[in-house]
Unconditional design. Sequence first.
Length: 221
Amino acid sequence: MWPLPPPSVSITATQLVIYGSIVNDLEIIVKTMPPSIRLVVLDSPGGMSDPADRIAKEFRRRGVTAYVPDGGSCFSACAVMLAGAVNRIIHPTAEVMVHAQTMLDGSDTRRTRVFLNRENAETARQLAAWGVDAEFAMNALKLPRETHERFLNARLALRVGLATAIAILPEADAAIRLTCSLPPLGTVIRPPRQDPDAYRIPTPGRIHLDGRCPSWQPSAP
């Protein structure tokens, strides 16, 4: 997962488009974006859970609509952000994935399990408060996450409340295709105790010849 590359982001007077990993800088962008922004377009493999939680609450406070675009994915931390939006629209071809938090360093001790179980249960309660089916949230956010994580197509996301509607927003689909071709933000989040020599600047975005963004692939177990 590390180094976690920053996302590509575009912003207009009415919409914010996020393509890529969830990192700390996104929280700054969301909390300072103009109040005129009513739509957030999300295509992300996930990322850092703490900023995702705070971004989700900011989405709820602002009453924004979130949209997962044509062929897009909203996995892991992104799904929490999606749940925070008041209106959650998913394109018929999009996919959402929900799973539990784990420790970045892979540690598995009694203390870390207690901590993670508490954090995941709190996230499940928050998702339920935002309209996600409570039983689904509790089950999907259990450990070990490899046996509990859930991949949902648009219809299943609607059934469990992660989506409030299935629809096609052509302008938002066009915006994500533009954004995924932009260079990423100018920062990279490094993992704790990472060897500086292992740091690599992510490759800048490029125009994809078929006019579509590359799909996110699920992480290997």
